[in-house]
Design a protein around this ligand. Structure first.
Ligand SMILES: Cc1cc2nc3c(=O)[nH]c(=O)nc-3n(C[C@H](O)[C@H](O)[C@H](O)COP(=O)(O)OP(=O)(O)OC[C@H]3O[C@@H](n4cnc5c(N)ncnc54)[C@H](O)[C@@H]3O)c2cc1C
Length: 434
């Protein structure tokens, strides 16, 4: 009788987290196998080629804060990359203002700027200091009513696909820049000339973010493509595939955590119930190729107002001109609605908005528009988030399973984080072996 194949460490997924883990294990000569559901590596970090344009899965810029990781990434992608200094703006009340909204209200209609400034000052000097519990309360407490009403609440409702009152305040501090009073006042009178926030300059492979994934995958000939287990037999530590089983001592999973919990055979009912409570939004966006260059030089634009069908629009070919044929441009348009759109009405509506925003001269400038969907886009930090993870995480740990990455770890994080999560997952899995 044939014996079941066995591997010390099995990895699910060849996105950035899984590949980073595999590269690390390879360097340390730890035996492992890596299984990828799709026919290609990269997960969300890929570049599609269509009609002469190159499109990422919406904007994917690398912000490398960790000096060691920066060195590693640059050693993988070689010399073919560019440094991008963020040029992002907000389109609101028929005009552009700089990002972030809260520190750049100069140029908005005077009554709006006044409402924003006054609201901020009231919130700033408020003596009522209760800890905000929801993202909405966080916005009102830190930005005041005007900024919340004109930007934070509508924009974030459109981005996350749920109202900020459904989101806990706990995740905000790293990703929502909190300006100082001086910055808000200076920004209201047009004096702010420095960029705020966590992401002001980026590394970007000249031919698209997929080049990073390709470079990593080229060092991982062991990736087994189009191979995903249907179940994980937790007690016997086996991955069950359609064509057989593979035993493991430690499992690194970068599949979405809700999917992994669904695959676990033999997990207690409370773990399954906690898995059912995990929420993640999907996202529809358009990849648009135009026969003309962009009429503005912005990398991306935040669009908070409900009258537009999209909450953000970015220009890929401003990240790197090599993404569009000469004299043309390409864009991503992230749609606010989570319903599958009717392209016959959506594309003219998007084209009209792009003309209004000065990006296109004429709606006829659109050459191609492709509708795309991201099934797992944003993990929702709702009020069940922490209680659910408090049940799932210790259980996985007790079973020798390391669930890592943006979706495996069920968090909001960047590509650099994914690469670092991979290294950490490799270490944790190796510790399970000893
Ligand atoms: C709209 C959007 C914009 C973003 N913009 C940026 C940005 O500008 N900068 C930035 O740094 N980050 C950005 N990110 C985040 C970035 O995409 C992620 O942090 C990173 O790609 C996550 O990598 P991962 O490997 O953890 O997950 P994934 O990319 O999801 O990879 C998981 C892999 O596992 C495979 N898989 C799934 N299930 C199984 C299974 N059962 N068996 C085997 N394989 C499986 C999948 O096919 C996939 O290849 C953005 C994300 C989104 C959604």
């Amino acid at each position: 009788m044939a014996t079941t194949p066995h591997v010390p460490i099995a990895i699910l997924g060849a996105g950035l987290t899984g590949m980073s883990a595999a590269l690390d294990l390879g360097e340390k000569k730890v035996e492992h196998r890596i299984f990828e559901k799709l026919a290609h590596a990269g997960g969300h970090a890929i570049t599609l080629e269509d009609d002469g344009f190159r499109f990422d899965r919406t904007g994917h810029l690398l912000h490398l804060r960790d000096p060691e990781m920066r060195k590693r990434v640059l050693s993988w992608i070689g010399d073919d990359w560019v440094e991008v200094k963020r040029r992002s703006v907000i389109w609101s009340h028929g005009r552009y203002s700089r990002y972030p909204f809260q520190a750049n209200t100069f140029g908005l209609p005077p009554d709006v700027a006044n409402e924003c400034l006054l609201g901020f000052i009231k919130a700033h000097f408020s003596t009522e200091k209760t800890e905000p519990k929801t993202f909405e309360e966080f916005c009102l407490a830190h930005f005041g009513e005007g900024i919340s009403r004109h930007f934070m609440i509508p924009y974030n409702s459109r981005l996350w696909g749920v109202h900020p009152s459904e989101i806990t305040a706990d995740w905000c501090s790293r990703f929502v820049p909190l300006p100082k009073l001086e910055d808000v006042v200076a920004g209201a009178v047009g004096l702010n000339d420095r960029e705020l926030g966590y992401n002001t300059s980026f590394v970007y492979p000249r031919l698209g973010i997929g080049e990073l994934s390709k470079a990593m995958a080229s060092r991982l000939p062991q990736i087994e493509y189009q191979k995903a287990p249907t179940r994980v037999d937790v007690a016997r530590k086996r991955l069950v595939f359609d064509d057989g089983e593979v035993g493991y001592d430690a499992l690194i999973s970068t599949a979405p955590l809700s999917v992994l919990v669904g695959m676990l055979d033999g997990a207690p009912a409370e773990v399954k119930a906690a898995g059912d409570k995990l929420r993640c939004s999907h996202l529809y966006y358009l990849d648009v190729g135009t026969r003309t260059p962009s009429g503005t030089d912005h990398h991306w634009v935040y669009v908070p107002e409900e009258k537009y069908p999209f909450y953000r629009i970015g220009c890929y070919s401003h990240f790197s001109a090599a993404l569009a044929p000469e004299g043309k441009a390409c864009f991503y348009v992230e749609l606010a609605s989570r319903e599958a759109p009717d392209m016959s009405t959506l594309v003219p509506e998007v084209a009209r908005a792009m003309v209004e925003m000065g990006i296109l001269k004429s709606p006829d400038d659109i050459e191609v528009a492709h509708l795309r969907r991201i099934d797992h886009a944003y993990v929702i930090f709702d009020h069940a988030y922490f209680p659910s993870l408090d049940v799932i995480r210790p259980y996985l740990e007790s079973q020798g399973i390391v669930s890592a990455g943006r979706y495996g770890g069920w968090n909001y994080s960047s590509m650099e984080d994914a690469l670092l999560f991979g290294v950490d997952a490799a270490l944790r899995a190796t510790q399970i072996l000893v």
